[in-house]
Write a protein that binds this ligand. Sequence first.
Ligand code: G6P
Length: 606
Amino acid sequence: MCGIVGILGNAPVAERLIDSLKRLEYRGYDSAGIATLEGGRLTRLRAAGKLKNLEAEAAAHPLAGVIGIGHTRWATHGGPTERNAHPHVAGRVAVVHNGIIENFRELKDALIAGGAVFESDTDTEVIAHLLSVALAAGETPQDALAKTLKRLRGAFALAILIEGEEDLLLAARRGSPLAVGLGKGETYLGSDAIALAPFTNRIVYLEEGDWAVLDRKGVTIFDAEDRPVARPLKVLQSSALLVEKGNYRHFMAKEIAEQPDVIGHTLAYYLDLAEGRAKAPEGLDFAAVERVSIAACGTAYYAGLVGKYWFERLARLPVDIDVASEFRYREVPLKPGGLSIFISQSGETADTLASLRYCREAGQRIAAVVNVPTSTIARESDVVLPTLAGPEIGVASTKAFTCQLSVLASLAVAAARARGTIDAAEEKRLVEALAEVPRLVSQALALEHEIAEIGRRIHKASDVLYLGRGTSYPIALEGALKLKELSYIHAEGYAAGELKHGPIALIDESVPVVVVAPFDSLFEKTASNMQEVAARGGRIILVTDEEGLAHAGLTPAETILLPKMPPEIAPIVYAIPVQFLAYHTAVVNGTDVDQPRNLAKSVTVE
Ligand code: G6P
């Protein structure tokens, strides 16, 4: 992870570098730094902790200079201290890095043997030293970079500033994304285009293995074999204005509230609401597919789990699903011609991308449900299935999740129709049900106040269990993930039927048990599990509808009542209360909701 930025400008850059880093904080936020050339000399400012600490440093000790690089860090090698913060400097070279240099130990040993003195515990510092040694031996910056890159193993995006070179920034990309921005007499580098949105919307994405030489006139790009290459210039819609918090206290609150709109946009893209049809997704022939494999991480994985239920039930299409970090190492036997679907908000998650590449090698057709259309996963897929959630800033995914669910539900209906497992009337019923989701989500949003009260009552718990069956099971998993990552309360999601195989041992009056159970064909089974919890004094928080409450056979400690709805769409709507419960519990606990400790939004390391 980590965010990197570079500006080759005509006016002082320090403030602009920090503004850009703010847009990249989703990639990491445990320390930050910038370096500029002041009168030809390297100067640097770094600070542990959030970007505001660096901002304060910059206000106290302003950096001049019209060329510079910056970094916001998510620590991998070496703790999140000022000493380990980027940029790292050796000799005339300053480097910022996103990724991991896997062979840094052997490189470091060799450099130390050659007399290099290291200042940090990071893997990154070896890059600065390797470049510095090459420059000291008289090589040009360009040759020094080409040579250094060949010695590095692992994944990285790099931005490099060299003392004495007032019209030069160097960049390289292997495994981690990097965008070059072209302005008027200025050029820029950023981990994504959003970081550069205030400066330019003219973007060139470096491709795998590329490295680049920037001056104020433009960029020259070389491929992994050092051959000059042309990469397309993209003129992006500027989304700069979309990443403001507005009147909300947190991005997460804003993003939860946006769900009726963004789900509506996403559904309208995949469904013909007037005709009551699911649009056949271009490039996907579900009738010809025998199996689907899905891989994703975190919340996106839970969306995939719900998708599995939908594809299997509606389209009778078997789905294998695994977290991407296991999938890629499982050596899954895949029949050539099969379909693999990858789900990712960022489109940059390292394990998901590696799984995609594994499936490509195995001759699969690759489809990606992604929120960032310019991301690596989108660019490496045969079929891009966009979620139209807009930029998601809160580290905990909310609107991207419900949009992923909306895409998968629409696809499952299209697959069912293509495979003849539902008729036109059933397709119409399902599409009409999906069309109701934005309205039902709005109704769920109206429960915020009462869910906040429940948050106040559970915030001191040290364990919380979430139970669900069928498509409510992944929602229970998602609820538990959200609560633990935001409020730091230990939480587990369990398939309700598994309760008696272990977690029931945890239950006493101090343990809130959130039961996600719309009144559907599985309700009675879940109700029995709820009785087992009640018999042991557990404090039940039941998320259900009127009928479910009437059939619960007990009075829960707390009830969150949602409107009645067709069971197929329930997981999308039931996601809202579990988001609110995690959000408000975290707010009471005073944790950093948008940037919880130790996490990052885009996980580009393995
Ligand atoms: C991180 C984020 C999660 C996200 C997961 C997968 O852990 O904090 O919110 O679900 O990565 O990210 P992706 O971008 O691939 O959906």
